[in-house]
Write a protein that binds this ligand. Structure first.
Ligand SMILES: [Zn+2]
Ligand SMILES: [Zn+2]
Length: 142
């Protein structure tokens, strides 16, 4: 007559709840990963496997060359209707981002460059013009 109801005071009970927590965390991470990856698959499901720029068609064999571009360049804007996604081949996708960067850089440099040049030239010239004669003349004459 030894063992009657085993397992009530098992430490296993505590372990189980810990494992469950781990499982929940793992599941949450998985769904997040799936969501992050998901937009490409979703876009490929919604849109045809054709590059929106060059019209190149893709099959399962070369589908890895087809990427999903965010039209507004905001990777967090993943509307489930796919309105912010565009299927682009890696070349056109690269091109698209370069064009976007060129445009931004060009506009930025153009504006600040034009503003800076006269801004730095004017006070410099004025300072030199004003300081030299004004300070030296009275100094030398007095
Ligand atoms: Zn393309
Ligand atoms: Zn993109």
């Amino acid at each position: 007559m030894g063992v009657r109801s085993p397992g009530q005071n098992r430490p296993g009970g505590e372990k189980k709840s810990g494992e469950e927590l781990d499982k929940i965390v793992a599941r949450a991470r998985q769904t997040l990963d799936e969501r992050m990856k998901g937009y490409r698959e979703q876009s490929l499901r919604i849109h045809p496997w054709v590059c929106a720029r060059c019209g190149r068609e893709f099959t399962v064999k070369n589908l890895h060359l087809l990427t999903v571009h965010h039209k507004d360049h905001n990777h967090e804007n993943n509307s489930s209707d796919g309105s912010n996604w565009e299927n682009l081949c890696i070349y056109c996708h690269d091109n698209e981002h370069r064009r976007f960067l060129d445009y931004e850089e060009g506009a930025g440099v153009g504006e600040s460059g034009e503003r800076r040049k006269p801004a730095t030239h004017k006070p410099f010239a004025k300072l030199a013009d004003l300081l030299k004669p004004d300070k030296r003349e009275p100094h030398e004459s007095s």
